[in-house]
Design a protein around this ligand. Sequence first.
Ligand code: AMP
Length: 249
Amino acid sequence: MKILVAVKRVADPNVKVRVRSDGNGVDLTNIKMTINPFCEIAVEAAVRLKEQGLASDVVVVSCGPTPSQDALRTALAMGADRAILVHTEAELQPLAIAKLLKSIVAKEAPDLILLGKQAIDDDSNQTGQMLAALLDRPQATYASSISLKDGRLSVTRETDDGTETAQMTLPAVVTADLRLNEPRYVTLPNLMKAKKKPLDVVQASELGVDIDPHYRTIAVSEPPEKKGGEIVADVNTLLSRLRSDSTLI
Ligand code: AMP
C-alpha cells in the first residue's frame, strides 16, 4: 500500500509573527519556519502504518517555493521514503493546492492520502476536503485514530459531540487531528540520512492546473491586546462579575 502525505512549511508556532506595515499580511522575514504540526502528525501516522507492515511506500509532497524542501526533509527524517516538491513562487490558496495535489495523486496512485486537518498559518482547514471532492473519494477529517483491515480503513473522528468512527474503502483522504499520535523527535543522524533520500522537484506550471488566487486578503490586524488578569476573592464573586460584565466571557 502506498501512502501520500501532504506537508506544508509554516512559521514556527512558538515564534510571534507581526503584521506587515502595509497591513496586508504577516512579516515572515527571518522568522523560524517548520513543518506544520498537523502535517507532522500525518507523517507520523503514515510511518507507523509502514512500521506495522501495513504500508510499503510513504511519499511526502509539498507545494510552494524551494525552502518548502525543509519540511520535506523533516518528513524524510521521520521515516518517509521519498519526497516531491511541487515548486512555485506563486501565492497558493487551498483550492490551488488541492488541484496540484490531485495531479500528484494521478501520477502516484496512492491508496491513502493523509493531510493535516489545517495549516496553522492560514487556519483554512479546506485542502483535504477539497482534494477529496476533486478526487471523488471518501474522506474522514479530524482523525484521532486510524486502522486498516482487509483493505478497509476505519477512522475515528473528533466531532463537537464526541467521537465518530467511519469505515471507508480505499483510496481515501484523511486529515489528522492532534490526538492521532505524538510525532517522533527528529534526530540529527536521521536528518543527515534524509539528505540521501530522493526528493524530486516538479514545476507547478507543468501540471496544467489553474492555480490563480480566487480571493484577496483585504486587511490583517493584530489581535486585541489582552487585559491584565485579576484575582477575585471567591467563586461567588467570580460568578457575579461574569454575570454583570459580558466582555469577560
Ligand atoms: P489548510 O487547508 O491550508 O488548513 O491545510 C490543510 C492541510 O493541507 C495541511 O495540513 C497540509 O496537509 C495540506 N497543505 C496545505 N498547504 C499545503 C502545501 N502548500 N503543500 C502541501 N500540502 C499542503
